[in-house]
Design a protein around this ligand. Structure first.
Ligand SMILES: Nc1ncnc2c1ncn2[C@@H]1O[C@H](COP(=O)(O)OP(=O)(O)OP(=O)(O)O)[C@@H](O)[C@H]1O
Length: 246
């Protein structure tokens, strides 16, 4: 479970302070599929960075699986991170390694026995439909296929949570739809999925929970994509008849 309690994140720069998130309260239960929607600069990446322990909040608490991240001992950070699988916007594949090696490498650095790696890598690459392209280098794969390698790598450690940051940024709409179907299938076996995006179109095609962030605030949190759409139609200002989450 992911819990944000009165979370504020302020970035201090040389000349000013940027309030990226302000008094955010949110709960994502185990097994949920959640879209986090918002315009550029709304605070989506900051939200993910707090979950991934890449940033610390300025105020409030972030709790993952009962563990308060603000009190987490430094040496426990790698252990926490291993419980989460991340698909980055730019995939972050190693260009000189094949699909197989990219996934195997991520497992090797966490000291997983070779025997287990040899079994697991073909399995996860098969899950994402790349069983026959394991020996290709990233630039011998399409954008959507590279993204699936990134997803296979994220799945390699059997995480309870998959986080996808703007997974549709670098691929065409049909590919992004397929990626969402794949994430949906992964979610259906009980893995929590959080997808950050600014693509209203995509969100509309999947009937999932949508948390909309604007200027560092959660402005809507709903199971119905229509509300998020109304938000967009209103030019980013939620009509009064809609409930504000917090
Ligand atoms: N390291 C940083 N230092 C200072 N300000 C930052 C930093 N990172 C983000 N910000 C600011 O915090 C706010 C939220 O940024 P964030 O990256 O979370 O938005 P986003 O919704 O992910 O945007 P995008 O869709 O463009 O990636 C923005 O005003 C941004 O300029």
């Amino acid at each position: 479970m992911i819990e944000f309690e009165h979370v504020t994140k302020v970035y201090e720069t040389q000349n000013d302070e940027n309030v990226a998130l302000e008094d955010v309260n949110l709960q994502i239960d185990d097994g949920e599929f959640v879209f986090v929607l918002g315009h550029s600069g709304a605070g989506k990446s900051t939200f993910l960075k707090l979950i991934l322990l890449e940033e610390k909040c300025t105020e409030g608490t972030v709790i993952i699986n009962g563990q308060d991240l603000t009190r987490l001992k430094r040496r426990k950070i790698p252990y926490m991170r291993r419980q989460m699988g991340v698909v980055f916007q730019d995939f972050r594949l190693i260009p000189t390694m094949t699909a197989y090696e990219n996934v195997a490498f991520a497992m090797r650095v966490t000291n997983i026995p070779t025997r287990q790696i040899k079994k697991r890598v073909p399995y996860v690459l098969g899950l994402v439909g790349l069983g026959d392209k394991m020996d290709r280098l990233p630039d011998e794969l399409s954008g959507g296929e590279q993204q699936r390698v990134a997803l296979a790598r994220a799945l390699a450690h059997s995480p309870k949570l998959i986080i996808a940051d703007e997974p549709t940024g670098n691929i065409d709409p049909e590919m992004s739809f397929e990626m969402m179907e794949l994430l949906s299938a992964i979610n259906s076996v009980g893995i929590t999925v959080v997808v950050v995006t600014h693509e209203h179109e995509l969100v509309h095609r999947f009937n999932k929970r949508v948390v909309t962030i604007d200027h560092g605030h959660i402005v809507s949190d709903t199971a119905h994509p229509e509300v998020a759409e109304a938000y967009q139609a209103a030019g980013g200002v939620l009509p009064e008849e809609f409930d504000y989450a917090h």
